[in-house]
Design a protein around this ligand. Structure first.
Ligand code: 15L
Length: 308
């Protein structure tokens, strides 16, 4: 049985995945928070993605990694930088040094959230991130591309939509993925022998999809669910949203400074730095960009003359 490391295993997506993959693989679960109720075939190992020493320790000896770890909505730059940029680099570098070839990266639909809802996009479109969070997902994909081309790693990037039991709103009728379809997609990423570097969309077979997911289907993904069976119920409850959110695939992420997922409480930040920079709750509610800090006057240095 293959041994699979899941980072960020304590989160919602990790919890669904553990349940769906039980008995199929041996699971090594890693998170900064403890994972409770370990089932047969599961082991927990604590690890902070932002610490290279932790990533070198947790990635040792596994057959593949599902990298869910990181910050999963919009947040202050310092938070995104640490968890998603540094964290992602550490993960790929540690996997590479430990000889783990296969990495499944939890990218997000927010890597392309600034495409309009009436456009159908495939895995080859130019990224259009809708948030710092979305930018970090593009970074993760590109680190994956580098490690695939330069070091021969096998990298499967999943631009995941919304992994929930049922789609909570209209936008999610287009990007929803059921937990069992997500597990099917992950199994393709782990078991397909012909992965070099791939980008796929992590969505069920939704009638209202934003995506041409033919690359996932080519690699063997066969979703069984469709958000359409929830459409009537979802649309009856739907209230008109912010017009910017309504226009773009990324929804609220296109303007939110914190959070972005209306179904999850906006995270709170204790850090004085984040509050000072205007990225606290007030900024999130007002949807205004925080005021730009004044730039200190630049010192003239040698070589700072404009080149013509
Ligand atoms: C994501 O990337 C988030 O992690 C999740 O909380 C949802 O908001 C999802 O995107 C979505 O777009 O629905």
């Amino acid at each position: 049985m293959k041994s699979i490391l899941i980072t960020g295993a304590a989160g919602d997506v990790g919890t669904h995945l553990r349940r769906e993959l039980a008995g199929k693989y041996t699971l090594l679960l890693s998170d900064i928070k403890p994972v409770s109720n370990l089932a047969a075939g599961e082991t927990f190992v604590r690890g902070d993605v932002a610490k290279m020493s932790d990533m070198l320790r947790v990635t040792r000896g596994v057959d593949a990694i599902v990298h869910l770890g990181g910050f999963s909505v919009e947040g202050p730059w310092e938070v995104i930088l640490r968890a998603n940029i540094i964290g992602c680099y550490n993960l790929f570098e540690a996997a590479c040094r430990n000889g783990v070839k296969r990495v499944l990266f939890a990218s997000s639909n927010h890597a392309t959230g600034f495409y309009k809802r009436d456009e159908k996009i495939d895995h080859r479109v130019y990224p259009k991130p809708d948030s710092r969070y979305g930018v970090s997902k593009v970074f993760g994909e590109q680190i994956g591309s580098l490690y695939a081309d330069k070091y021969g790693m096998e990298v499967f990037c999943m631009r995941i939509g919304n992994v929930t039991v049922a789609p909570p709103d209209k936008r999610r009728l287009s990007n929803w993925i059921s937990p069992r379809d997500f597990a099917r997609l992950v199994a393709v990423g782990i078991d397909n022998p012909n992965i070099g570097f791939e980008i796929v969309y992590g969505v069920s077979g939704n009638k209202r999809t934003f995506y041409d997911n033919s690359n996932a289907h080519r690699l063997g993904y066969q979703p069984q669910d469709d958000a359409e069976r929830y459409a009537e119920e979802v649309l009856a409850k739907e209230k008109p949203g912010d017009p910017r959110a309504e226009m773009y695939q990324g929804g609220n992420f296109v303007f939110a400074e914190i959070g972005g997922d209306p179904n999850r409480a906006a995270p709170k930040f204790k850090s004085a730095g984040a509050a000072k920079k205007g990225v606290g709750r007030k900024a999130a509610a007002g949807a205004k960009r925080p005021a730009k800090p004044k730039e200190p006057a630049r010192k003239k240095t040698r070589g700072s003359k404009k080149k013509t």
